[in-house]
Design a protein around this ligand. Sequence first.
Ligand SMILES: Cc1cc2nc3c(=O)[nH]c(=O)nc-3n(C[C@H](O)[C@H](O)[C@H](O)COP(=O)(O)O)c2cc1C
Length: 169
Amino acid sequence: MRREFTGKKAMGAIGGPVVFITGAFSDQIGIMTANMLAGVTFAPPQVCVSLSHHSHTRSLIEPSGEFAVNAISPEQMELAKLIGRTTGNRVDKFKQFNVETFEGRIVQCPLVKAAYTVLECKVIHSLDLGTHTLYVGEVVGYHEPVKGSPLYLYHGNYYTLGEQIGSYK
Ligand SMILES: Cc1cc2nc3c(=O)[nH]c(=O)nc-3n(C[C@H](O)[C@H](O)[C@H](O)COP(=O)(O)O)c2cc1C
């Protein structure tokens, strides 16, 4: 279909949080930056994330059926850029970029110590989207957010959360 806009423009208009997705399988661990994700149900709590078929991290999540969503703070913006442009197919990004981790309560994936909040997830569904696979994960472990703001991406620019202007209820 011919479009008068790019996918980047359309996705950029939605925007959203920037996270590190981590995974582990056998003796390998992986970490990548991701922004194409969303919470999709409350009961059970489920999130989905779309991961490129080129991703090393995705190649670990596929056989293990587990991943962690590590939402990050504005302080990790430069790290997010580095981790998002280097592939674990060639280097150990945890060592290269000094990413400190801790063990999950339920999943085997490394969890990022400096994260704003962490969700431990078990893959419930996956859907091949051609270039990416969409993973729907049930949140089986939850680590409370630290104070401050999560890091957001909107139209290719990074932001902190602005002022609170209302409540859901
Ligand atoms: C801000 C930002 C958001 C990104 N979002 C995604 C995403 O949602 N899905 C994806 O597959 N790659 C995304 N990437 C690209 C991956 O992080 C990148 O391809 C990375 O090198 C993959 O690492 P790996 O091969 O070690 O898994 C994003 C990169 C950045 C900088």
